[in-house]
Ligand binder design. Structure first.
Ligand code: ATP
Length: 221
């Protein structure tokens, strides 16, 4: 008898404001693609992120920057689905769409950086996230605060300690990953640099830098 387990599609989602996308996002995306053996990682800009102020540039422009940043990188997709939905951009709704698209057996994983993870219990319908997907948390330099009590309560016994263990089920688990290239790059830092007339070379892909300059984005705070 063969002990081969059936393999199911592994699909990731990395949502964000991407105001603008930077190499912290993109290098993490490539390393996630490899570490999790993903068929596809959907990078999805939120037109109206519920837990923060209005983004600096329009959703269509942030999408264009993301497309330019991804270029032809295998396995990464600039996904515009939230731009077609009215109202606040809830990840639970996006995961429900992806679940519908890929079916019950797909290993669907929502990826968040540690900073975003610390606020997960305040998201819309946090329990529903785990009914639809696994949550994968990636390290981010400068963010290692302990988990708040309500988050620990939400997580319960969900945490596993390996990719293979996570893949035993289609959803409901939590995995914390430390990717090889952790980068202390933030969109806030990039916006500040641009407003101050400073260089963002090697913090964003050159195609993104070109577009920012061409469209004169983020010139002032
Ligand atoms: P801002 O500075 O405007 O808050 P940001 O750099 O945190 O932006 P977002 O678009 O808000 O970027 O992030 C989208 C997702 O990517 C979040 O889950 C965030 O934690 C994660 N992320 C952002 N930057 C990094 C990074 N340098 N390393 C790892 N994860 C990151």
């Amino acid at each position: 008898m063969s002990n081969c387990q059936p393999t199911f599609q592994r699909i990731g989602m990395l949502g964000g404001t991407f105001d603008p996308v930077h190499l912290g996002h993109l290098r993490s995306a490539v390393e996630l693609h490899e570490a999790l053996g993903l068929k596809r990682l959907h990078m999805i800009p939120a037109p109206q992120p519920p837990l923060r102020g209005e983004p600096r540039v329009a959703p269509e422009t942030r999408l264009a920057l993301l497309q330019a940043g991804i270029g032809d990188t295998p396995g990464l997709v600039a996904d515009d689905r939230e731009l077609h939905r009215a109202g606040p951009s809830y990840s639970a709704d996006t995961l429900a769409e992806l679940r519908e698209q890929y079916g019950d057996q797909a290993r669907l994983m929502m990826v968040v950086g540690h900073d975003a993870f610390l606020k997960l219990a305040q998201w819309h319908a946090p329990r529903r996230l785990f009914e639809l997907a696994h949550v994968v948390v990636i390290d981010r330099p400068g963010y290692n605060d302990p988990l708040p009590g309500e988050l620990r309560e939400l997580l319960g016994e969900r945490e596993v300690d390996s990719v293979s263990e996570l893949m035993r089920h289609a959803k409901g688990g939590l995995l914390r990953l430390s990717l090889p290239s952790r980068m202390a790059i933030s969109a806030t830092g990039i916006r500040h640099r641009l407003a101050a007339g400073q260089s963002v070379r090697y913090l964003v892909p050159e195609a993104v830098e070109r577009l920012i300059i061409q469209k004169a984005l983020y010139r002032n705070e």
